[in-house]
Write a protein that binds this ligand. Structure first.
Ligand SMILES: *Cc1c(COP(=O)(O)O)cnc(C)c1O
Length: 395
């Protein structure tokens, strides 16, 4: 559609898919011409309540008529209520609000250096991160992101040592180099829906404790209820010093949250850090709506839908030789399809299902929490068709 491309003056950072999306309802999106797509990407995991959510619309409408943006110069009800409820839900002690996952991680990295300085170890400036990890696109969050191609065009970065997930010996060595912090995703999203082993997460936590390293869990993609618990870490009995959240907690409104406990919760003081938009009344109302919905049965729905999704994908792996295995947890799922993941994504788009790739070989699904069991069945049938056509074209 060249006429659309000519209308688009967005900087050329994205290879966008063809249709112009116009409207949506629940897990469905519709383009300008009326073609419907089952949205199994949900804005890369951000649009947790789907499209056209009445409760979200009512909350934002009410907020727009009540109080606009205040900045962080003034207190406001939605932000304070959200801070209390997030802290209570995660067992952390304080939260800093920003506008994205990158910023939430940027805050965490700054906090770690500040805290090391307060402890009398200002020389602890470096970071340790994992290969396959993705933490964002700002200089700090990009520095700890493993993929060389993302970092290469932008010159010098922070001092970061990358370790393979599961390599406890390499991690031990890196942490004895006295970094400021270790940052990791309990389930790597961009890295191909790779769930870290519980034993490795526990070892990382103990090693951080022993070496005085700040432990940061990036739960921007896997947290916020997507995998069945509000935090992934809690499923493994690990309590990090800092946890970052973003994507699903704002139901499509930009919000990032950096949660901290203990001395980390008190490290940043007035003047250290800030955000004009962070945790504003609109984003806070959206996040409060997500928490209300999770409590009103949506978290249970995610658990039951996630279990059904997992077993159905396992069956597809049995049936289609092109699929090597399933990866992920709950509503964060991937199929490993070497060499053909992009072709499957294209096939799915033609069949009216939106998915994307991760780490090259993985077809990734991040459906909205409000996906119904009926719509899950529709999507799985189309996925079965897409996988069949791939095997035919490969043989
Ligand atoms: C998407 C993502 C980020 C970056 O979030 P933005 O909102 O795009 O800045 C950071 N960490 C993880 C794990 C992510 O999936």
């Amino acid at each position: 559609m060249p006429e659309l491309a000519e209308l688009d003056r967005t900087m050329g950072t994205y290879r966008r898919a063809g249709p112009l999306m116009a409207r949506g309802s629940g897990a469905w999106m519709e383009d300008e011409s009326g073609t419907k797509y089952l949205d199994w990407i949900s804005g890369i995991g951000a649009n947790s309540l789907g499209h056209g959510h009445a409760g979200l619309a009512a909350a934002l409408h009410d907020q727009a008529l009540t109080l606009g943006h205040t900045s962080n110069l003034y207190r406001h009800g939605p932000g304070e209520e959200l801070s209390r409820r997030l802290v209570e839900r995660t067992g952390m002690d304080s939260v800093f609000f920003s506008n994205s996952g990158s910023e939430a991680n940027e805050t965490a990295l700054k906090l770690a250096r500040k805290l090391q300085g307060m402890r009398g170890a200002p020389e602890r400036q470096s970071f340790v991160a994992l290969n396959g990890g993705f933490h964002g696109r700002t200089f700090g969050s990009l520095s700890v992101t493993a993929k060389e191609a993302y970092r290469a065009p932008f010159g010098s970065m922070l001092d970061v040592t990358f370790v393979d997930p599961g390599d406890t010996a390499a991690l031990t060595k890196a942490l004895h180099g006295k970094p400021a912090a270790l940052i990791l995703e309990p389930i790597q999203g961009e890295g191909g829906l790779r769930e870290l082993c519980a034993g490795f997460l526990r070892a990382a936590s103990e090693l951080c404790e022993d070496t005085g390293t700040i432990l940061i869990h990036d739960e921007v993609q896997c947290g916020g209820g997507r995998t069945g618990t509000f935090l992934c870490a809690s499923a493994h009995g690990v309590t990090p010093d800092v946890v970052t959240l973003a994507k699903p907690i704002g139901a499509g409104l930009p919000i990032g949250a950096t949660l901290a406990r203990g001395e980390a919760a008190r490290a940043l003081v007035p003047g250290d850090h800030g955000s004009t938009f962070g945790g504003g009344p609109f984003a806070a109302r959206a996040a409060l709506t997500v928490l209300d919905e999770l409590d009103a049965g949506l978290q249970d729905h995610v658990i039951s839908l996630g279990a059904a999704f997992e077993s159905a994908l396992d069956e597809l792996v049995q049936k289609h030789d092109a699929c090597l295995c399933r990866r992920g947890k709950g509503l964060m799922q991937g199929l490993v399809i070497p060499g053909q993941s992009a072709a499957v994504v294209d096939q799915l788009m033609d069949l009216g299902v939106l998915a994307c790739t991760a780490a090259g070989d993985v077809v990734r699904f991040l459906p909205p929490y409000v996906l119904t069991h009926d719509d899950l069945a529709i999507g799985l049938e189309r996925l079965d068709t897409a996988l069949s056509s791939i095997s035919v074209s490969a043989s």
